[in-house]
Design a protein around this ligand. Structure first.
Ligand SMILES: *Cc1c(COP(=O)(O)O)cnc(C)c1O
Length: 372
């Protein structure tokens, strides 16, 4: 599914030099390397504050803690995402409210979102799923009208940009009040362990969050709020700093591979190729996800496996059907799209080292199975 080795081979010397520097100055936590990466990422994203932390799940949790959300506050997010998104809402004793996604983009359904708002709603968490930015025009408008916070789950879309109606662009993750990302190795900007970051343009929120990531400390050994311990270590920061200048080229390679997959698989019966609603910049293809509409998805997964082609099903179970998040308030008719997608989606290998021969092999195997 991902080829981390090939990518590593290309930047090996640079990584070795950076590691040696970190090892020589022994500032393993919050040292100059972490600070330098933070600055580099702020420049790249054109955002005022980047706060590095331990992983993407922490980033989401800390963002919610920073906004001062209280037990019982309702937080709306999508039924079709990785569990981390809803997990942190529940963990903070906030009330998760799951809504369906749109059939074309797999991102938050705007009508479902509107319907889910109650007087207790405090925040919306749009997830830029598979690398495609959600409909932020609509999300921000709704948030403004109802005075809600927007927390972007940008774990899968770092480097993507949203284009506003007036043509101006803004990087995914920097549009809402706060954004969260993950540097898990397989993400578009991945380190060699765990890592994450929080983004915001709000000075006060950034200040609050910088304390929360460090045990609620604003002055040494003065704990003003309940915090957590969530840090990016310097070795991971060194990897990320070395990779950040390559993020756009990496994303461009993913986009080129996505175009080739689509070229080979378009107009095939029973296959729906990914729909990209915005321009070039709106989708960075964290995943390339097909829908197989003839009930042959599971057979295809098996067939590809037998032919040495890895693939993934993201995600096989709607969150509202997971034991941990099931709730009698949910009605199946409110999740028609997610209930369908979990039976149809299949994600193909997607990484920066895919070559034409591999794409040709993978797509020919898919066609062989579908047409047999
Ligand atoms: C990966 C991911 C996360 C969590 O990131 P970790 O670094 O693994 O904790 C959260 N949300 C989404 C949508 C993700 O894909």
């Amino acid at each position: 599914m991902v080829d981390l080795k090939g990518q590593y081979e290309e930047i090996k010397d640079q990584i070795a030099t950076s590691f040696e520097e970190v090892l020589a100055n022994t500032a393993f936590i919050n040292g100059p390397e972490v600070h330098a990466f933070q600055k580099d990422l702020e420049d790249y994203l054109n955002v005022k504050h980047v706060i590095p932390c331990g992983n993407g799940t922490d980033a989401l949790q800390i963002a919610m803690m920073g906004l001062g959300l209280k037990p019982g506050d309702e937080v709306i997010t999508v039924d079709f995402t990785f569990a981390a998104t809803v997990e942190v809402i529940a963990l903070l004793q906030l009330t998760p409210v799951l809504v369906d996604v749109e059939e074309d983009t797999f991102n938050i359904d705007i009508e479902g979102l509107k319907k889910a708002i109650t007087p207790k709603t405090k925040a919306i968490v749009p997830v830029h799923l598979f690398g495609q930015v959600a409909n932020m025009d609509a999300v921000m408008e709704i948030a403004k009208a109802h005075d809600l916070f927007v927390i972007e789950d940008n774990a899968q879309a770092i480097g993507a940009s949203y284009t506003w109606k007036d043509g101006s662009k803004q990087k995914a993750g920097t549009i809402g009040h706060v954004g969260a990302t993950s540097f898990f190795p397989s993400k578009n900007l991945g380190c060699y362990g765990d890592g994450g970051a929080i983004f915001t343009n709000d000075d006060d929120l950034a200040y609050t969050i910088r304390g929360i990531v460090n045990h609620g400390m604003y002055e040494r050994y003065h704990h003003d709020v309940v915090g957590v311990n969530s840090r990016l270590d310097a070795l991971q920061a060194a990897v990320l700093r070395a990779k950040l200048p390559n993020l756009d080229p990496y994303n461009n390679k993913r986009k080129a591979s996505a175009r080739k997959y689509t070229e080979a698989l378009k107009n095939q019966k029973d296959i729906i190729t990914p729909v990209q609603l915005g321009d070039e910049d709106s989708h960075v293809y964290h995943q390339y996800t097909l829908r197989i509409t003839n009930g042959k998805r599971d057979g295809l997964v098996k067939f590809l496996g037998e032919n040495g082609v890895p693939c993934g099903v993201y995600y096989p179970i709607p969150l509202h059907s997971q034991k941990a998040y099931a709730d009698s308030k949910y009605k199946e008719e409110d999740f028609i799209v997610t209930n369908q997608l979990v039976k149809e989606v299949i994600s193909l290998p997607m990484h920066t080292e895919l070559d034409d021969e591999q794409i040709e092999f993978i797509t020919s195997k898919i066609k062989e199975y579908i047409n047999q």
